[in-house]
Design a protein around this ligand. Structure first.
Ligand code: N01
Length: 680
């Protein structure tokens, strides 16, 4: 009534009218009004009682009481666009629907939705009837769409690491209009954030690189067997320049939320600064080890000295000369950084909760002839990597059983593993290292023996021996002089299993036996892996369903690429894909290509909405878990199962079947018309 009146009398401009099960017709005679089955919560009798308070007989049909009965809507300049919501089981349903239709016929933009099987008042009862949240979300999305005249894209990609960069390139080549949002100031993802001293890739550089461009592959020269973080970042920058990627990447733009709009089959993506865009596809290229975990240590904020987190290292060099430094955490990050910090600091104390398995990286510069040989053979090399289990082909996996070999044979193979300096060399020494406890124990004992042979101090040596989990079930590490570092005068180890941390204090760290003072503390305490980067964005799918609710018992995903109820969303290296168990570059390229092909297929077939069907998703999730249960992986308290984040549901987060097998499955699904997905 007010919207009509201000338009009629040239009053204040109303921008948008939001009518929630509106009362529009004082005649009280619509079909729903009279329907016996709709007398729920609001009855006709009660509604008539309200009407009678408001209007006498004559006024009931006055358009200033019953806006449906106005006959001049077509002539009203400036009548506000409307959002109209009704509930199917409401006596007011028909008059709300009739008014929406009438406005529309008068040329007023109207968005109308009838919420099926709902009763009058359901929006206000959202706590009891969660569909109310869906309705609120629907209304707020309409308001957002109205207030923000937002840009539209074919796809939004979250993250400009190696996956986001290549996805942008692929989709742009297909002629799509794409926007990438990146929280950092430049490209590189993992290699942009993890700038701690000693950071390197522990897959061979020649394998950990893009294969999509033959020219790039031939032009780029890796200097070392395991490239350093600066070299990897330089590579990312080179790729961004070479393919002119930055023009479609918006930096310093952290995505806060992504809400799916069922009516438009689009995502509304909102940044932390409130800016928003809409896109048909949402591609989460947000990384798997990118959500740093705030350490669950008492007094974390007390310390007055310098603090560093390996996952968010400063861009300017940090100088530890003359300083007393603590490192908490002995995963890959801690183990890589400890030897370098030790060389600089006056004193270094390492706080270790779990001793980890680490073997020497044996890093070295690559010779020209080695590089030439790989480049000559790159197409075959890449094909082999794609077909392999881990996405890297050296060393060659052996398939026989460890305990059927002689002790000498085991010793010899493990020795070769130790001397190749390649991450999978122990997994691949025999076919059953990750499935047979005895085989694994043999590998463990070999490594423990080597550690015993390196570390001089008796107590430190004992404390460094890993004995809480099978080899490989926590991500094993490759190091350069890690164990040797504990022979230095200025380095000591605190075993937190014997003397746990009580609290961090203003000056240092207090363990159960003593307090130590430091100038700097380095937290190498890990990440909320795999699901963290997805759940830190407020993602809401169809009908307002939140991803965080859908995954309350652990992630469920079809192929680690799509999630049922979250249409048009793709996750690169998502949970239940090989991702962290593989050479990430191989897995990234495979997902990016698959997603690009899928979007191409959608466009060619005039489809605008795709999502996994629930049964396919459940089957895949179960299959992933069953595969993991055939291995020793679930035995460790690792980030692979979410054990490092208090309260995180325990599920094994990756697909153990290997990248070759996985690729075949994904290809067959695509070839079969995206079997297990519903596209419309
Ligand atoms: O993290 P982590 P990361 N009090 O979770 C300890 C990849 N990566 O950053 O084992 C005391 O492995 C925790 O102890 P515990 C790679 O996939 C790759 O090192 O939980 N200690 C553990 O020792 C890797 O696996 C590369 O008992 C606490 C450490 O912190 C993944 O990233 C390089 C603690 C965390 O280890 C993560 O590695 C670096 C607490 N409250 C990383 N909380 C390369 O490619 C945690 N810890 C080479």
């Amino acid at each position: 009534v007010i919207a009509q009146k201000t338009a009629r009398e040239n009053g204040p401009k109303i921008d948008l009218q939001i009518l929630v099960y509106p009362v529009t017709d004082g005649r009280m005679d619509s079909a729903t009004w009279k329907d016996e089955t709709r007398q729920l919560f609001l009855t006709s009798e009660l509604m008539e009682h309200f009407w009678r308070h408001y209007a006498d007989d004559e006024q009931l049909t006055d358009p200033e009481a019953s806006p449906l009965l106005a006959d001049d809507l077509k002539d009203l300049d400036g009548l506000a666009p409307a959002v109209v919501l009704t509930a199917e089981m409401d006596i007011l349903r028909d008059e709300g629907a009739a008014y929406a239709k009438k406005l529309e016929e008068a040329g007023i933009p109207v968005t109308y939705k009838d919420f099926k099987r709902q009763i009058h008042g359901f929006v206000g009862l959202a706590e009891a009837l969660p569909v109310g949240f869906e309705a609120l979300d629907w209304v707020s999305t309409r308001i957002d769409a109205h207030l923000n005249s937002v840009d539209h894209f074919d796809a939004v990609i979250v993250g400009a690491g190696f996956s986001g960069m290549y996805q942008l390139h692929r989709l742009r080549e297909m002629g799509l209009n794409v926007r990438v949002f990146e929280a950092g100031t430049d490209v590189g993802g993992t290699w942009y954030w993890n700038r701690y001293p000693g950071a390197r890739v522990d897959i061979e550089s020649v394998a950990y690189s893009y294969s999509f461009s033959k020219e790039l592959e031939q032009d780029w020269v890796w200097s070392e067997k395991h490239a350093t973080q600066p070299e990897l970042l330089e590579y990312a920058n080179h790729v961004a320049d070479r393919f002119d990627l930055r023009k479609d990447i918006q930096f310093e733009s952290k995505v806060a939320s992504a809400h799916f709009d069922d009516d438009m089959n689009e995502w509304l993506v909102t940044l932390e600064n409130g800016d928003a865009v809409r896109a048909r596809y949402l591609i989460m290229a947000s990384g798997v080890l990118s959500a740093s975990k705030k350490p669950d240590i008492a007094g974390y904020d007390n310390f007055k000295g310098e603090t560093y987190n390996t996952g968010q290292w400063p861009h300017d060099p940090v100088d530890f000369s003359g300083k007393k430094v603590a490192v908490i955490g002995t995963g890959s990050s801690g183990i890589q950084t400890i030897p370098l910090v030790a060389e600089q600091a006056e004193e270094l104390v390492v706080f270790q909760r779990t001793a980890n398995f680490s073997t020497p990286a044996l890093n070295r510069t690559l010779s020209n002839s080695e590089i030439d040989a790989v480049k000559k053979n790159y197409p075959e090399y890449r094909t082999e990597c794609r077909k392999s289990r881990l996405g890297a082909i050296s060393p060659e996996p052996q398939l026989d059983r460890a305990m059927e070999a002689t002790a000498e044979e085991r010793e010899s193979r493990f020795n070769t593993g130790w001397e190749t300096g390649l991450l999978p060399s122990f997994f691949f020494a025999f076919g059953d290292i990750l499935t047979d406890e005895k085989a694994n124990e043999a590998a463990q004992e070999f490594i423990r023996d080597r550690i015993r042979g390196i570390v001089e101090d008796e107590q430190t040596r004992e404390d460094l021996l890993p004995n809480t989990h099978p080899y490989g079930t926590k991500r094993p590490c490759l190091d350069t002089n890690y164990y040797e570092t504990f022979n230095r005068e200025n380095v000591s180890l605190v075993n937190l299993r014997r003397t746990p941390i009580d609290t961090i204090t203003e000056k240092g760290i207090k363990t159960s036996d003593t307090e130590r003072e430091f100038d700097a503390i380095i937290f190498a305490t890990g990440f909320d892996a795999m699901t963290g980067p997805l759940l830190r964005v407020d993602i809401r799918g169809s009908k307002g369903q939140r991803l965080i609710d859908a995954w309350v018992d652990g992630p469920q995903s079809y192929l680690g690429i799509g999630v049922s109820g979250f249409p048009n969303m793709f996750t690169i290296n998502g949970p239940s894909s090989p991702s962290v168990l593989s050479n990430m570059m191989v897995s990234i390229e495979q997902h990016v290509d698959w997603i690009a092909d899928c979007i191409g297929w959608m466009n060619n077939n005039d489809k605008t909405r795709i999502e996994p069907d629930r049964s396919a998703e459940l089957q895949w999730t179960e299959h992933t878990a069953q595969m993991a249960d055939m291995t020793l992986y679930p035995q460790a308290e690792s980030w692979y199962v979410g054990a490092n984040v208090p309260g995180k549901p325990r599920t094994f987060l990756a697909y153990v079947g290997g990248v070759g097998v996985y690729r075949e499955i994904c290809d067959q699904i695509a070839d079969g018309g995206y079997y297990g997905f519903e596209a419309s």
